[in-house]
Unconditional design. Sequence first.
Length: 363
Amino acid sequence: MSTDNTTDASTETESKCGASEARSASESASGTAASEAETDTASKCGASSASSSTETTPDTGDDSASKCGASSSSSSSSSSSSSCGASSSSESDEEEVGSTVDDFDAEPGRLIAVGLGPGQPEGMTARARSALLDAEHIVGYTTYVELLPDEITDGADDIYNTPMCGEVSRTEEAIDRALAGNDVAIIGSGDPNVYALAGLALEIIESKGATATMLDFDVVPGVPAAQSCAARVGAPLVNDTVSISLSDHLTDMPTIESRLHAAAKEGFTITIYNPWSRKRRDNYEKCCEILLEHRDPETPVGVVHAAGREDEQVEIVELGELPELGETDLVDMTTTLLVGNEDTYVWDDRMVTPRGYETKYDY
């Protein structure tokens, strides 16, 4: 549940394992902007890269050889605005694979995608904790890295993080490190298979000419936002349910609208991810419009802001109230909406969606 409401100024820097990526000079953490300036430091893989510091180092654009076995070059081109609200290098820099399996001489290590769950350490599964304690390198979005317990970060040989909108570059970084012989964990909140990087990792591994088997690739599941947030408001998702993200960064809005219509008219309970940001006011408004077209304005909706974080807020409202919440602090990119169906009701301050037992059993 990341935020994307901060405009980031970035420069292009060299990846620690030979991949080129954009690093940001500022970022949003749980809705609060934090300034980060960067300078080049030595990577555990032996290559130079950008990490947090008190001063910035200008990008020279010089070609250099990565110690991981892949050669790369940093770019001196100016940054441009990305579609996710952060400033980044050109689109081709983010999408093109910088090295292939043939560029690495080492015996491949291991790559695991680990889901942290809702955010707090106690919400992490025992398997996830064990996997992270065993990992030599941990790669992830800065906000998620900051959620890791000290015992995990202190035990890792290296922690590599990027601000939001660096999904492709940091995933390639994790893969390059594994191809260089390291045991690597790439982390995300919730579950790696829910709007996360497990699929992207497999796509990039394939594009590099490697295989998942070669890297002993594994996925360690975590509790997704839909389930952790549903638990905050009762039992809203116990019957057929779907999840839809309002982020049009990777899925166009006409497709999102079509899916909202289909789910709403069929009576599914619906979990809405990424509901609102400064760039997505229209998306949120359109979502509310579509839901109200198919459902009663009194339909219960669970609104869970920053589940598992210090600023967590939980409310149960009626669908008709949802549009006016778009400009409040309650609804942002850390918020998950749980939209009930025609059978969902509120009892004792909890949402309840009947499973259907009452039609077969007396109780």
